[in-house]
Design a binder for this molecule. Structure first.
Ligand code: HPA
Length: 279
């Protein structure tokens, strides 16, 4: 068996030995949303450490567990903490949790992250719905023998972010009077923040926000036929746009500040997906 698939199946069996919960929406919590779990009617939790072969994050402040439960009527699995490519994992390990959540039953992948803002008019605390992405600076998670069990060799990526889900996000934001930007997210490997010259490059390429996650997970999800949705929390303007140097602390503080609004939006969006997921 392909070792990537074998590892995935081992994790799946390890999960299933502990819970038979069947989520419909998979939510990945980025920086600042770590305690979102409080908004979930929790049914079960599962520490990443307790899943055989599961990649465990090394970033301070990132908890590592799945939370299973309900938001409104929608069964969700929520990742409290994710692993990043810059931690040294193979890119196939970075997307293993995404694939696992699909196997558990998730039809929608809701990705959130912290990002540096590039688009004019953004400021620290802006929320950006991701409408497109640039993922060519990190390796494709689909490199290697194709996992035919998951999807096809050459999957289409012309519309990774689901238009119907985007409409739901716009509606939810309007109802909650939350300002929402929209734009293209570009993933770099990190872990260093960008140089001003790299940010200038990102802008030239058409990016509105830059970060170190998300795009690879979106590719893996699309490969498996999931519907994908993403929202970035712009914690800072990217290097060279803002005058002061960046720090992880500043990013976390900015994320914490916007977290209540972000959580409100996430909750409302997930409630509204009730109409489009299987029951
Ligand atoms: N660059 C990359 N990733 C980030 C940033 C940034 O400016 N802010 C938060 N995550």
């Amino acid at each position: 068996m392909n070792p990537v698939y074998e590892k995935l199946m081992k994790c799946y069996e390890s999960c299933r030995a502990k819970t038979d919960f069947k989520p419909r929406v998979a939510l990945v919590l980025g920086s600042g949303l770590g305690d979102y779990a409080e908004s979930i009617r929790v049914v079960d939790t599962l520490d990443y450490h307790d899943i055989e072969g599961f990649p465990v994050s090394t970033v301070p402040g990132h908890k590592g567990r799945f939370i299973f439960g309900y938001i409104g009527e929608v069964p969700v699995v929520c990742m409290q903490g994710r692993v990043h490519y810059y931690e040294g994992y193979d890119i196939t390990d970075v997307v293993l949790p995404t694939r696992l959540m699909k196997l558990m039953g998730a039809e929608i992948l809701f990705l959130t992250n912290a990002a540096g803002g590039i688009q004019l008019g953004m400021k620290s605390g802006s929320l950006m719905m991701i409408t497109g992405q640039i993922a060519c600076f990190v390796p494709s998670p689909l490199i290697g023998p194709n996992l035919d069990e998951l999807g096809e060799r050459f999957p289409d990526m012309s519309q990774i972010y689901d238009p119907e889900l985007q409409r739901i996000v716009r509606k939810a934001a309007a109802e909650l009077s939350i300002d929402l930007c929209e734009g293209t997210y570009l993933q770099l490997s990190g872990p260093q923040y960008e140089t001003p010259q790299e940010v200038a490059m990102c802008r030239t390429l058409g990016a509105d926000a830059v970060g170190m996650s998300t795009a690879c997970e979106a590719v893996a999800a699309k490969h498996m036929g999931m519907r994908v949705l993403g929202i970035s929390c712009v914690t800072n303007m990217a290097a060279g746009i803002q005058a002061v140097p960046l720090s992880h602390k500043e990013v976390q503080e900015a994320a914490d500040k916007v977290a209540p609004q972000f959580k409100e939006l996430v909750t409302e969006v997930i409630k509204k997906t009730a109409g489009i997921v299987s029951v």
